[in-house]
Design a protein around this ligand. Structure first.
Ligand SMILES: [Zn+2]
Length: 181
């Protein structure tokens, strides 16, 4: 890490802000702004290149002078600094499931599940084991025995058909009689 921005240099940058309309010219403001620059500008390797504290201070002061129609205040100068130099949040690779298990964020893989199962449908090894034991203890469900059903009796079907036909004929005959035909 580079040495801090020295205060004299910081004062030089702070005074340059006087070119912005509305920047207070009093020494208190200039000193406070110089102190801000010392505090913020610590140098570092940012956006693919090394920056000294002087370069950082110069960059934000120049940018403010070139883009601000009037002085927007210390908070906006700080924001300008952060926009340019705040370290980008480090992108962590996604945690492995082993790490998640270790941190208690994921149930350990179920030893009773098929290898490679994404999750245990019983909610974990213990419940899975209990459920498996319950299933094993259940009496076998009765399997419908198709062979026990009566064999198809073609004669009976024919007899039924004949009977239905006869009944229908008799019903029609009765109806005709009732209507006196
Ligand atoms: Zn399981």
């Amino acid at each position: 890490m580079a040495a801090d921005l020295d205060f004299t240099t910081a004062l030089h940058f702070a005074r340059a802000l006087k070119t912005i309309k509305g920047f207070p010219w009093d020494e208190d403001t200039i000193n406070a702004t110089a102190a801000d620059l010392v505090k913020w500008c610590k140098g570092g390797f940012i956006s693919g290149r090394p920056w000294t504290p002087e370069e950082q201070a110069g960059a934000i002061v120049d940018e403010a002078r070139e883009s601000w129609e009037e002085w927007l205040g210390s908070s906006q100068l700080k924001r300008l600094f952060l926009e340019k130099f705040a370290p980008a949040p480090e992108l962590k690779p996604p945690a492995s499931s082993a790490e998640l298990v270790q941190r208690g964020l994921l149930a350990p893989p179920c030893i009773h599940c098929e290898p490679g199962a994404e999750f245990c449908e019983f909610g974990g090894a213990r419940q899975h084991q209990r459920a498996a034991a319950e299933i094993a203890a259940r009496p076998p469900a009765p399997v419908p025995n198709r062979r026990a059903a009566a064999p198809v009796d073609l004669d009976a079907i024919v007899r039924d058909g004949e009977r239905l036909y006869r009944e229908e004929q008799e019903r029609k005959a009765r109806q005709l009689q009732e209507h006196g035909l």
